[in-house]
Design a protein around this ligand. Structure first.
Ligand SMILES: [Fe+2]
Ligand SMILES: [Fe+2]
Length: 396
C-alpha cells in the first residue's frame, strides 16, 4: 500500500508496466477515499447477518410500481410493450440519475448513497431520443446477418483487372468509413445514462452493424485481390465526424449526411456491383444503413421539436452543417473514391468518362435525398447548402 500512495515512484518501476501500475495506484487511492462508505455498507450488512435477521426491505413496493404485468404484442415482448406499463415508459426530458439504477426501479430512497458516474454527460433526451428508436431496435435485431456465412463467397469469380481493382479500392474506402461509423456511436453510447436505455440498445445494434460492414468489405477486398489505398481526404472527414461537439451534430454528419451518401452508393449497387456476390453485400448493407439514416433523421427532428430555443438551435446546426457539407465534399473529391466508382459505373477503365456521367446522376440523387431528409427533420437547408446541386467534377 505504501507504494500505491506514491504514483510517481510507481512509474519508475523497471518492469515495463509503469502505466498500469500508475493506474492501479490511482484506483487504490480512489477506493481508499470512498473506504468509509464501503465500510459502513459492509458493517451494517454483516451485523444483520451475524444477528441472523433479514432486511426484507426489497419486498416493499411503495410507490406501487409492482404488480401490473406487461403483455406481449404480436411481435413478442418489445420495449414498447413494457413501456405501456406505467411508469416504465416515462422517459425524462432531463436526467438527474447518473448511476446504473434502472428507470422505474425504486431508487429514490438510495439516492444519497449512490455513486455518481461523471462520464454520463448526455442528460437531455433531445440529444439522443428519436420516436422510431424502439422500432428500429426491433428491426435491427430481426435483420442481423453473418458476413462469414450469409455471403456466397465460394461463388466469387475474378473480374477483369480494372474492375477488380476498382472494386477493391471502393471496398477499402468503405472499410475505412465503416470503422468510424462504429466508433462514433461507441464514443457516445458510453456517455448515455440508464434512463435512455432504448437509445443505448439501438446504438449497440448500430455498432454491431458497422462491425459487420467493415468486416464484409475487408473480406471482399482481400478475397478479390487485396486492400488498396487509404486517403487523407477520407481520414479528415471521418475525424470530423468523431470530433463533432454534440451527439446530435455528429449524428447529423454521420447518419444523415455521410451515411445518406453511402446509402446512395449502395442504392446504385445494381450498376456498381459487378458480381452477384457484390450485389448481395450491397443489398444487405443497404438495409442496415437505411436504419441508421432513419434514426439520424428522426433524432435530428426530435432535437429540433423539443428544443426550448428552436431558432437558436437551428442557427447552431446550420453553422455545423456549413462545415459538415464541406467535409463531405472534400471526401468526395478524393480520386481514390471518385475514379473507382466511375470505372465501375462506366463498366471499365476505358469507359471512365461514361462513368462520370453516372456519377453526376448519383450525386444529384444524393443531394436531392439529403435535402429531403433535412426538410423532413424540420431543417430547411436548400438555400444555405454548401454542396453543389450538380456534380462538380463533370467533364466538359
Ligand atoms: Fe455501415
Ligand atoms: Fe451505418
Amino acid at each position: 500500500m505504501a507504494q500505491a500512495t506514491d504514483p510517481g515512484k510507481v512509474l519508475d518501476r523497471p518492469n515495463g508496466n509503469g502505466g498500469e501500475e500508475n493506474g492501479l495506484a490511482r484506483y487504490e487511492i480512489s477506493f481508499g477515499q470512498a473506504d468509509t462508505r464501503w465500510a459502513e455498507m459492509l458493517a451494517r450488512n454483516a451485523e444483520r447477518l451475524l444477528k441472523g435477521s433479514y432486511s426484507f426491505h426489497w419486498l416493499k413496493t411503495d410507490p406501487p410500481n409492482f404488480g401490473r404485468r406487461a403483455k406481449p404484442s404480436s411481435r413478442g415482448l418489445t420495449y414498447t410493450d413494457i413501456n405501456n406499463v406505467r411508469p416504465y415508459g416515462e422517459v425524462p426530458e432531463h436526467v438527474d440519475w447518473k448511476s446504473f439504477a434502472p428507470r422505474g426501479a425504486l431508487r429514490d430512497p438510495y439516492r444519497a448513497e449512490m455513486p455518481i458516474i461523471e462520464d454520463y454527460t448526455v442528460l437531455d433526451s433531445c440529444e439522443v431520443w428519436a420516436d422510431n428508436v424502439i422500432t428500429l431496435y426491433e428491426e435491427a435485431k430481426a435483420r442481423q446477418w453473418n458476413a462469414t456465412r450469409d455471403i456466397p463467397w465460394e461463388e466469387l469469380k475474378p473480374l477483369p483487372d480494372d474492375l477488380e481493382k476498382a472494386t477493391c479500392q471502393l471496398c477499402t474506402f468503405l472499410t475505412e468509413v465503416e470503422f468510424v461509423a462504429g466508433d462514433f456511436p461507441a464514443k457516445w453510447m458510453y456517455r448515455i445514462p440508464q434512463d435512455f436505455l432504448e437509445v443505448k440498445s439501438f446504438l449497440s445494434t448500430q455498432i454491431m452493424d458497422e462491425a459487420r460492414h467493415q468486416e464484409v468489405f475487408r473480406k471482399r477486398a482481400i478475397a478479390g485481390g487485396g486492400l488498396m489505398h487509404s486517403a487523407p481526404g477520407f481520414e479528415w472527414a471521418l475525424k470530423a465526424i468523431l470530433d463533432a461537439p454534440t451527439h446530435t451534430m455528429g449524428t447529423f454528419l454521420l447518419n444523415l449526411l455521410g451515411e445518406g451518401l453511402v446509402l446512395s452508393i449502395f442504392r446504385s449497387g445494381e450498376m456498381i456491383a459487378k458480381t452477384h456476390v457484390d450485389k448481395e453485400i450491397f443489398r444487405r448493407c443497404m438495409q442496415d444503413e437505411a436504419r441508421h439514416v432513419s434514426y439520424g433523421v428522426m433524432q435530428f427532428k426530435y432535437y429540433l421539436d423539443n428544443n426550448h430555443d428552436r431558432e437558436g438551435a437551428l442557427e447552431q446546426l446550420h453553422r455545423f452543417a456549413d462545415i459538415g457539407e464541406r467535409v463531405i465534399l472534400t471526401a468526395f473529391t478524393e480520386p481514390a473514391l471518385v475514379e473507382p466508382v466511375a470505372i465501375l459505373l462506366g463498366g471499365g477503365l476505358d469507359k471512365i468518362d461514361n462513368g462520370m456521367e453516372g456519377m453526376a446522376h448519383l450525386w444529384r440523387m444524393f443531394i436531392d435525398e439529403y435535402l429531403q431528409r433535412c426538410a423532413r427533420a424540420g431543417f430547411e437547408r436548400r438555400e444555405r447548402c454548401k454542396l453543389p446541386l450538380d456534380f462538380p467534377w463533370r467533364q466538359g
